[in-house]
Write a protein of this length. Structure first.
Length: 218
């Protein structure tokens, strides 16, 4: 190989310098990018860790205690009448707990937030169902009481009808005696009235029994 002349040596030296600068710049760029990526990853990890800690704190300090308390109070609602509890106060306490929890819950699109919202909705729907159940029980009790009262009235009408029927039969058998025609006519009128009252009682009982059946089937 022939030795390089001065010009060729200069060009070769420039190429070496150029490659060195390019390699150095590339190394700097890669190092800088790597440092930024690490910082971004660290920042993201810190944010996720903070979010996780905040979520756990919310669960421990607010969500879990409130839901647990609401569950205990809600268990008292179906037996409030038997245990002497005031159902209205119980419902107010439940509504306050659910409202406080909902206001403290994040409204972002995360799955945790959606889960909290769904749980609160289930509890709210359950509370409404208990209210409706209580109302139906009260209506059923009223119907049962009215039915019992109608049964007494029905028995009274039956007894009155039987008594009038017996008295009318006796008058007819004995010829009615003096003024028997007037007495017989009066008894017949009373008997017709008793039959009408009996018919009304039966209609009322039938209506009440139908209403009770509807309430029981709801």
């Amino acid at each position: 190989m022939e030795p390089l002349n001065k010009k060729e040596r200069a060009n070769a030296f420039k190429k070496v310098i150029g490659f060195f600068v390019l390699s150095f710049a590339l190394a700097i760029f890669v190092g800088f990018t790597t440092m930024n990526v690490n910082k971004l990853a660290e920042s993201k990890s810190m944010n996720e860790l903070k979010k996780l800690k905040d979520n756990l704190k919310f669960q421990q300090d607010i969500f879990a205690p409130n839901i647990d308390q609401a569950t205990k109070i809600m268990a008292k609602v179906p037996v409030a009448k038997e245990s002497g509890e005031n159902s209205e106060i119980l419902h107010q306490d439940i509504a306050t707990l659910l409202s406080t929890t909902k206001n403290s819950t994040s409204t972002d699109e995360s799955w945790e937030s959606k889960m909290y919202q769904n749980i609160l909705k289930v509890y709210s729907d359950l509370q409404l169902a208990y209210k409706e159940q209580t109302k139906l029980k009260e209506q059923l009790d009223d119907c049962m009481n009215n039915t019992q009262g109608s049964d007494v009235q029905l028995q009274r009408c039956l007894d009155e009808k039987r008594s009038l029927q017996n008295e009318l039969t006796m008058l007819k058998l004995t010829g009615g005696g003096g003024g028997g025609g007037g007495n017989t006519a009066e008894l017949e009128r009373n008997l017709r009235n008793a039959n009408e009252q009996l018919r009304q009682c039966k209609l009322e009982n039938k209506s009440l029994l139908s209403e009770i059946t509807k309430l029981r089937n709801r």
